[in-house]
Design a protein around this ligand. Sequence first.
Ligand code: SF4
Length: 348
Amino acid sequence: MSEAIITNLKPLIGQSISELESFAESLGEKPFRGRQLFDWIYRQEVDEISNMTDLSKSLREKLNSVPIHPLKLVNRDESLSQQTRKVLFELADGNLVEAVLMQEGKRVTVCLSTQVGCALNCGFCATAKMGFIKNLTVGEIVDQFLHLQKISKEKITNVVFMGMGEPFLNYKNTIAAADFLHHPKGINMAAWRITISTAGVVPKIQQFSEEKHPYKLAISLNGTTQEQRLKTMPVSKTYSFSSLIKASKEYAYHSRNRITFEYVLMDGINNEPRDVDRLLQLLSSVECKLNVIPYNEIDGIYKRPSDEKIESFMNLLKLAPFPVTVRWSKGTDIDAGCGQLATKSAHK
Ligand code: SF4
């Protein structure tokens, strides 16, 4: 066995075609072997070297000492409806992250994490209580997808970067992970099926817009004035509500994609008729969609509005000239709803 094999312990998942080509060369192989590896891992989703049948026997032997997955699956929870599964992964350093698989008819969506914990400290979010621990690598983000695809009975149709962490505070790796999912020689997921969600990191929204990435953008709005948003989202101290609206409008103007505004509905916080008036005023001139998410309670001060209050809020929004949807989060019985991810399963 050559020394190169012993020293290269970087997992294969997360390596690009050119990295795998160089890796193959470091093993004394031709670069096309790297392309074959890329095909097996991402297009054919095979994670056992022995099943990569067009690799030579000697190469397969060399690869046996190389790790494939950067993540280890350590726990799975399934909701009573069996439509939602939450999966807990362990990183090589022992840190934990969660991802969620949701099935709704033919639509199979995965919600991926981009960080361990989160620094943004949104008051309604369970992840915030962990504080920020670290950014995930590209391989650790992509591997969540590949593990979930193995668990899912159906092909995954949509990806949202909306799990633990703020994707735009791990911008480079999040975009690279999206590029992996979209790569035509790999997973080949259409760009419009990939959504990156931000709590409002304005300079990164501008960068995302300027770089013209083809993925969809979602913004967690959750308030209709600076004062109101500040109560639940401290990020507004750094990036004001008005600068967020301005950056969103600029993105919507330059992008071919409709922007999605997420609005977590919290009782007594942002569910008054005047909030509807302000939403209509703010968003009517923007090419957007509004997604209202009735709050999934965690152990905290915020409450979910009653079903009647949610209904009357939604009724008032019928006046909106933009599409409005309500997302009844799936999997709240296993803490897999929006804002509920916090590696709780690890403590069970
Ligand atoms: S809602 Fe998102 S951005 Fe806010 S603390 Fe939670 S994970 Fe971070």
